[in-house]
Design a protein around this ligand. Structure first.
Ligand code: HEC
Length: 200
């Protein structure tokens, strides 16, 4: 073999080995699963940036205005809180949808819905819900993954489009936050709303 050809082959060989090593490392990096801490941090980031607190965290009202209640993070509609008076003639298709000051109770053509307790409390939150059931809840819009169809305004159609990994991260974070015992009201179906508030 002449020297030029030898040199060419050597450079070619080194190039191929470099490319193989580089792609090999990348594949390995992609496959590396997140640690539990990384998963929880990712879940916290997703929850903080997708508006879950807006509806699932009760608020406090002070001189600085309306703020998430730090003692009840993601605990859902506050148990025992007063249901305000509604002018039911204002509500309906082509009319208004109403919400309370915590943004945790919603009145519309579906009746009244209350945001769920997402903390890991066993009796009143998601403590007994498995990761698989949680993912099913958001993918299929069924309470606890197997129950009734979820009511508005929970945007499960939107969050259900997240990747499995993101939903697992959200689940890991929710299971890591402090448990809050808070029994959320059952939804009130439309005929009962009419009865409660006397539709004219
Ligand atoms: C616009 C308000 C709103 C936003 C934003 C919202 N939710 Fe909800 N969510 C609700 C309401 C209301 C319910 C209860 C619906 C029902 O009772 O049918 C609910 C129910 C749920 C449930 C079902 C709980 C159960 O017992 O099965 C899960 C899980 C949930 N939300 C997770 C989330 C997560 C995670 C986010 C953010 C990524 C989020 N929600 C954002 C309003 C909201």
């Amino acid at each position: 073999m002449n020297r030029k050809l030898k040199l060419f082959y050597s450079i070619f060989f080194v190039l191929i080995v470099t490319i193989l090593l580089y792609t090999g490392c990348n594949v390995q990096e992609e496959k590396k699963a997140m640690s539990q801490d990384e998963l929880i941090a990712r879940g916290e980031y997703l929850i903080e940036t997708t508006g879950c607190h807006d509806c699932h965290t009760p608020k406090t009202f002070g001189p600085e205005g309306m703020k998430p209640d730090e003692t009840k993070l993601l605990a859902g509609h506050p148990e025992g809180s007063q249901l305000y008076e509604i002018d039911i003639n204002m509500v309906g298709p082509g009319k208004w949808i109403l919400t309370n000051d915590h943004l945790t109770a919603w009145v519309g053509p579906w009746g009244i819905s209350f945001s769920s307790n997402l903390t890991p409390d066993n009796a009143t939150g998601l403590g007994a819900v498995s990761e698989e059931m949680f993912i099913k809840t958001l993918r299929e819009g069924k309470i606890k993954g197997i129950g009734r169809q979820m009511l508005p305004p929970m945007p499960y159609e939107v969050f259900g489009k997240m990747t499995n990994e993101d939903l697992k991260a959200i689940y890991a974070y929710l299971q890591s936050i402090p448990s809050v015992s808070n029994k959320v009201n059952k939804p009130v179906p439309p005929p009962m709303v009419a009865e409660l508030y006397g539709k004219k």
